[in-house]
Design a protein around this ligand. Structure first.
Ligand SMILES: NC(=O)c1ccc[n+]([C@@H]2O[C@H](COP(=O)([O-])OP(=O)(O)OC[C@H]3O[C@@H](n4cnc5c(N)ncnc54)[C@H](O)[C@@H]3O)[C@@H](O)[C@H]2O)c1
Length: 255
């Protein structure tokens, strides 16, 4: 299938690697004009250039979603470049995986990027969506929105909050025809997994062997397997779906 997002303009935060990159690429394949919003300029430019090289439309805007002026600017630049704004994917996140030993600085970083960043982006994007007659926001939750994992309090708190923010935002934005939903992945192999492996001293084989059996499908997921559910919720195919979450977890939470 193609052109499921024909005519739409989408911002994908953290859009240059991992699940965000897969989403940016898939959205462009489906006809969207994509704004890759990322703090890292080289990865962001590379992602947008890759999309253009495949015949898609994309720009990169250097963005730290925890900064109010950045969040406002990326929405302004999306509209300046492409004339409208219809979709926001709140994918950008940091991963500080700690228990109660987490420092105030750890907590501030987690809360300011994962929660405040989601709130700021949603605020400025929805201001434009209201002007354009509606839109769709897809947040990235996680299995960590639902289940506890060892030494995950900092990260899980933010993913739990994002799940509840999804419901509240769906309520407040419904009068403006803006739908808000949440995709909750299980373990997906990305750069974040590689950083986690390096931190805990695991090889890729050890990581996959440890994570796979936690999922009914007995494997970890691929970023594109999350990008498709995000595409569905972002598209008009999900026109009567708002305020809910979609588990993309290979059966992790079914047990
Ligand atoms: N990989 C998994 O197993 C998994 C599981 C469940 C949920 N998720 C969620 O999926 C999303 C993407 O995860 P991933 O595995 O692709 O991670 P990743 O580390 O590969 O990508 C995260 C992206 O967020 C960006 N980012 C970090 N700080 C930012 C900031 N201040 N402003 C804007 N962007 C920022 C990074 O630059 C990067 O592009 C996250 O929200 C994560 O919580 C991932």
């Amino acid at each position: 299938m193609a052109n499921r997002l024909q005519g739409k303009v989408a911002i994908v935060t953290g859009g240059s690697v991992g699940i965000g990159q897969a989403t940016s690429v898939l959205f462009a394949e489906e006809g969207a004009r994509v704004v890759v919003a990322n703090p890292n300029a080289s990865a962001g430019e590379e992602c947008a250039a890759g999309i253009r090289a495949q015949g898609g439309e994309a720009i990169f805007v250097q963005t730290d979603i925890s900064q109010e002026d950045h969040a406002r600017r990326v929405c302004d630049e999306a509209v300046q470049a492409f004339g409208q704004l219809n979709i926001l994917v709140n994918n950008g996140a940091v991963f500080i995986l700690k228990g109660l030993e987490a420092s105030v600085a750890d907590w501030q970083r987690m809360l300011s990027v994962n929660i405040m960043g989601t709130a700021l982006m949603s605020r400025f994007a929805s201001d434009y969506m209201k002007q354009f007659g509606g839109g769709s926001i897809v947040n990235l939750g996680s299995i960590s929105s639902f289940v506890a994992q060892p030494s995950f309090i900092t990260y899980s708190s933010t993913k739990g909050a994002i799940l509840q923010m999804t419901r509240n935002m769906a309520m407040d934005l419904a009068p403006f025809n803006i739908r808000v939903n949440c995709v909750c992945p299980g373990t997906i192999f990305t750069r974040a997994s590689e950083e986690h492996m390096a931190r805990v001293g695991m090889t890729k084989e050890e990581f996959i062997a440890a994570e796979s059996p936690k999922h009914l499908l007995n494997r970890v997921g691929d970023p594109r397997e999350v990008a498709y559910p995000i595409l569905f919720l972002a598209s008009d195919e999900a026109s009567f779906i708002t305020g809910t979450h979609l588990m993309v977890d290979g059966g992790y939470t079914a047990q």
